[in-house]
Every structure is written in structure tokens, then in C-alpha cells.
Design a protein around this ligand. Sequence first.
Ligand code: COA
Length: 163
Amino acid sequence: MTERLALYPGSFDPVTLGHIDVLQRAVRLFDRVVVLVAAGAKAGFWPAEQRARLVSASLAADRQLAACPIEVFEGLLVHEVERRRACAVIRGIRSAGDYEQEWGLHGVNVTLLPQFETVWLPARASLAAISSSLVREVARHGGPLAGLVPAPVAAALAAAPPR
Ligand code: COA
């Protein structure tokens, strides 16, 4: 049987506990999930390689998650889907606002690649308020980061807070 490969793309600037929860649920649905860290998708705080390193450090403690490859990508997501023969792209949805944005993203992707599939996973309610930009704001003012991001990300933000 062919492997059911899913891609989990994002800026992960930085990866949050919300992202980790989505990934934990995605690995139960697919044979393999590759985390794709987008280079240049947004004007990021950290360079993509550092974001990817922090994703990797955040997954290390969990045997199932640590098996997920983490790669930086540049360019169109549909090209990654085609090249890797992925059957789906995973995206987390926290709110109606996310849904609207994701609907647009899916619409463009499916126009570019008709077999493109998105699997939307609803954010766990307790994590639905977390966003990477709010995490950076809390870090900028020296606020507590436990409950928002994995420990390696909290340590990195504490060591070098965003200005
Ligand atoms: N829990 C907590 N936070 C979550 C979350 C969850 N379950 N899901 C998303 N978020 C937050 C993130 O923290 C982030 O917050 P921010 O806006 O404050 O930074 C935001 O939601 C989205 O970030 P992320 O999930 O990392 O993804 P993204 O929207 O930055 O990534 C790509 C978008 C990379 C998938 C998209 O830009 C892309 O495909 N780029 C490649 C080029 C392309 O093909 N474009 C589409 C066709 S034109």
C-alpha cells in the first residue's frame, strides 16, 4: 500500500503549543507527516533555519513527534505537494477568521493543483487564543511563556527577546 504522507506547513515563528497539538493529532491520521518551515512567507523574527531548529528541539521529547522530518521550504506549497507525492496538507483552525483565510489559501492551491487536499484540524479550545505574534509580544515584555510555547522556544525567547 502507498504511504499516506501529509505536509504540515507554516511559518512557525515561533512554533507554539497550538502547532504541537495539531501535529500530535495529525501523526495519528497519516503514515508520515513532514513539517515544512516556510522561508520568506512573512517578514519573520527568526531566520527559517533557526525556526526549524526550534521545531526540532520542541519535538525531541516525544518519540512519535521526533520521527517527523522537519524541512525548510521556499516557493509554492503545491510544488512541495507534487514533488513529495503528499496526499494532504494539514492546517490548524482556531477561529472563523482563520477559516476564511484558510479557505482562500485552499482555493488558490486547488486551482494551481486540482488534486490538492487540505485537512483542517480545529484547535483545542484551551490553545485557540495562542498566536506566534502574541507570543513574541509577551516575550518582548518579559512575560511568562509556559503554557504558550514548548520549553526550548521559551528558553530561546528568554535568552534573546524580540525587540
Ligand atoms: N495554534 C496556535 N497558533 C496557531 C495555530 C494553532 N493551532 N494555527 C495557526 N496558528 C497561528 C500561528 O501562531 C501564526 O500566528 P501569527 O499570525 O501571529 O504569526 C498564524 O496562526 C499562522 O501561522 P502558521 O500556522 O505558522 O502558518 P502561516 O499562515 O504563517 O503559513 C503558509 C502559511 C506557509 C502555509 C503559506 O504562506 C504558504 O503556503 N506559503 C508558500 C507559498 C504559497 O504556496 N502560497 C499559497 C499560494 S499563493
